[in-house]
Design a protein around this ligand. Sequence first.
Ligand SMILES: [Mg+2]
Length: 109
Amino acid sequence: MTLQELQKLVLEQAKEKDWGTKPDEIIFGEKLALLHGEISEALAAYRKGKMTGDESVTEELGDVIMRTLQLAGIYSIDLEKQILKKLEKNKGRDWSKDQLYIDRDKRNK
Ligand SMILES: [Mg+2]
């Protein structure tokens, strides 16, 4: 299943549940806050050591993707195209680690 196919399913459910499928049916900032809430839920699950099952990191990361697909779909954003573009852009970047600080010793300073 492609990202676009998943997005279609997410939007179909959003329509059924009246969660919004068009810009004039939502408040953008509210949807972003809800997306952020899912990320926070993933962090909370991780802190409890819950990687799978109900209210786990796995479930919450799925929620993040679903909310992202819904929001992108509402604004006709092609996430597949954007991800491919970003993958290409990242090739030109010169840092090698995905962390806030390259030097781990600087984390606590
Ligand atoms: Mg959740």
